[in-house]
Every structure is written in C-alpha cells, then in structure tokens.
Design a protein around this ligand. Sequence first.
Ligand code: ZN
Length: 502
Amino acid sequence: MKVNSNPPTPRPVNRKLGAPTPANITPPAAAPSTFAADGQINNPATTNLSPQTPASIAPSIQRDLTGGGQVTGGLAQTPTTGAPRARSAASTGASRFTAPNTVLRSGAKGANVTKLQQRLKELGYDPGPIDGSFGPKTDAAVKAFQRKSGLSQDGVVGPKTWSALEKAGAPAPAAPAAPAAPGFKAPNVTLKQGASGQHVKTLQSRLKDLGFNPGSADGSFGPKTSGAVKSFQKAAGLGQDGVVGPKTWKALEKGSARPSAPAPAPAAPKFNAPNVTLKQGASGQHVKTLQNRLKDLGFNPGGVDGKFGPGTAKAVRNFQWAAGLGQDGVVGPKTWSALEKGKSAIKNHGTPPSNANVPGLGATQNTTGYVNGRARNIQVAKVEGKLAEVDTAKAYLRMKQAAARDGVHLQINSGFRTMEQQRYLYNGWINRKPGFNPAAKPGYSNHQSGVALDLNTQGVSRSQGTGKVYNWLAKNAHKYGFKRIPIEHWHWEYQPGLAKYR
Ligand SMILES: [Zn+2]
C-alpha cells in the first residue's frame, strides 16, 4: 500500500503520541471488546478483531451527532419577543405584519386566519371576506400566493408560507391608489364606537390598508378604531365624528386619503433576548429572532428561516468576533446580551478574520485520509506542529484560545495519522508490544480522517477525568464541536468534521 509523504511516526510511540501510560489504561476485566466511537478498541486484552467493522462504529457516532445538534434550554418553540415585529415593520416600511407561529389550513378559524386574510389582501390576493374563516376563497388565495412565491401549492400556511408572507413586498404607504385592496366594498351600514362584527373587521382592515392604525382587526370598534376613523376623516376632509356612515364609507372605498404624517412606525421596541441557548442544529422561532437580530446588526445569517445552519453559525461567529467574545458560534447568555446591546456592543469593525487566519493555524495541505477503510482526499492544517483536518484544527484553536482565557493550557498529543502511522500502532498493539495502546484497524481510526485529537488530559483516571484540562474540556469542549468518546478521556472528536466525512 502506498504510504503518503507525512513524516513517519516518531518513537517511542507511546510518549510521542501522548497516550497515557499503560498503567493508566488497564481496562476493567469485563470491558466489552467493541469499538468505541472513534474506532479504537476498548479492550486491549481481546484479540478477536471481528467486531472491528465500520458498522459497529457508526451508530454511536450517529447518536453523538444527533445529540450534539440539539437546542439546550429546550424552549425553541415558545413565542418570540417583540423584536421581529419591530424589524418587520422597519424593513417593509408599510406593513406591521408578523407571522404568528401556527399552521393554518382550510377549515381553520380565528384571529390568525383574519391576519392571514388581511395579509393576502394587502398583497393583492383575494381571500374573500376578512372573516377569520379559512374557506375555499382563502385557500385559493393561499395557493395563488404560494405559486407566485415558488412554494409548493398545498394551501397549508406553515413556517415557509408565513415567512414568505412576511417577506413579500408590502405596498408603499405613499402610493396614490389604495394599496392592493381589490376586494374592498363598503357595506351599507353605519358603524360607530361600540359596534362589533364582520363589518367592523372590514372597516379596520381597510383603515389599516390605508395606513391608519385601528389597533388589531378584531371586529370590535373600540377607542383605537374610533381614533383611526377620526384621523381618516380628517385626512379625507370630512367631519371628524368617528361615525362611519355613507360619506366615510365612500371615502374609504375611494381610498385616496392618507395619514398626514407617515404611518407612525412603532417605536423600535428593545430587543429582548430569549432565555435559551442556541447552536447549530437548532430551529424554531428563537432562531428566527436571532437571525433577524443578526441581520439588523449587519451580520448576514443567510436567510431568516428559523433554521440554525452553517450560515447562521458563521454570522454568529462574526458577530462574536465583532463583540470581542469567544467565537464558538453558540448563542448563550453573553452573546444574547451583546445582541441586546446591539451596535454599542460592537468593538471590532471591518471584516472578521477569515478562518484561514485563525491564530496558530499553520499551512494547509491535501493528503490522503481514511474513513471507514476508504481513502479520500482531505485537507489538513498544521497546528502545534501536528496535523489535523483543517476545520478540526480551526475549531481546536478557537477552543484552545478560550481555555487559555480560563488559565487552562490545551495541547495536542496526537492528531491526524497516516496509514503508516496507524498500521504501526495497530501492529504494536495486536502483537502486544510493550507500551502500545489499543488502536483501530488501519483505515478505521478517526485519527485517520483527521477529526480526532488526543489532548493532554494526563493525570486523570481512565474513564473519569479529574484533572484541570479534562475538567475544562468536559465542561466546554462541546461548545467548540468536540466530543470525547467513552473510556478514553484524552480522545476528542470534532463532530461537524465527522459529519462531513460520512
Ligand atoms: Zn485518540
């Protein structure tokens, strides 16, 4: 087998690779002879190598990845704060539309349906009467909107459709004609404060369309609606009695009267950080809140879709850099607090250093790595004179920096291994040479995909760490994407890297 050009394993292997002394790793007699997540073998006393198949490795890794991407705090589905409301209003100018966190389909009823119908109407679709009842006309309007927005036309108003409704261009308040209110027809009734019902809803919706603020379109003619009617009457040159009779209806139909001052944008409410921790893999309303906030502050999360993907993670890290925080991409109390402070939290301006400039990152090169016994080209970078898969190296350096701030010095004892190095370790182990530790079959160690790092967790027991380095890692490594495998306290794997190579 061709061996790549990396330097051969230095001897003595045990020390140079940083594995613990043999005394440290004496396994419990009953240890199972299966692979741990990293492809190493838990029980060095066992010579039966048959379980060393990739299949025996994969499930535990899968489990790790699933667990690692979830939201801690668990409140991702709770309703959001007022922040997106403010943003919506600011970004669209005219519209104060904020999508509710609910799914609507034909047959649904209630205030959210009213909201949907109003929004469709604002956007020039005809949902039928604004009556809070999701019937065939509303269904048709939803489908028409979905078609126009490139969404699947299922008539179901879920997160994607709401998001598109939110983003859709709102009519400009200064437009000379009534903004997209094709269905509006004045009913033949007189309304005044105290009235309620469908006609009041129609009135409120129309006032809103024209830039007046009747409060919520709840079908109840209260003081806010009365105030909006009076403002409208004033703008239309009518007597300001607050009573909606034929003249006022006619003016509403015509729709040319506009508020004298631009519709007052709601005073930007203070951004209120939710009390949850978010990281890549999270989803829901809080992620949307986060994405909106990042966007407002000039950090592009790649879309406001409620999904915390790599784009959002990058925006978070860039924001953290700008705010002088550790760039772990995890939105916890400190990051939320900085997001709350907004522009005033930003200390570093300009372009965040690209990943290529992570301090401590050495030259990168392409080399042959192995995953599940199969060779593939991987990019490795030099870090502390060792090699590691490049994203792993960057994540490690971010982690190292954070550890240093806490007075803990991290060091890599063993990183990427060439086939030759892994073969050497494996042969030493199966031949029971003194000083050799359990090693995975060549081609199957995650040191060969470059995502596994053996760190300087000396001085701790085999399965349970007690040292300063271990304790720090146990508490913090997950924030940087690192997870250790059971049994081996020194062996940490970068999960996003793992996922990438699977
Ligand atoms: Zn290891």
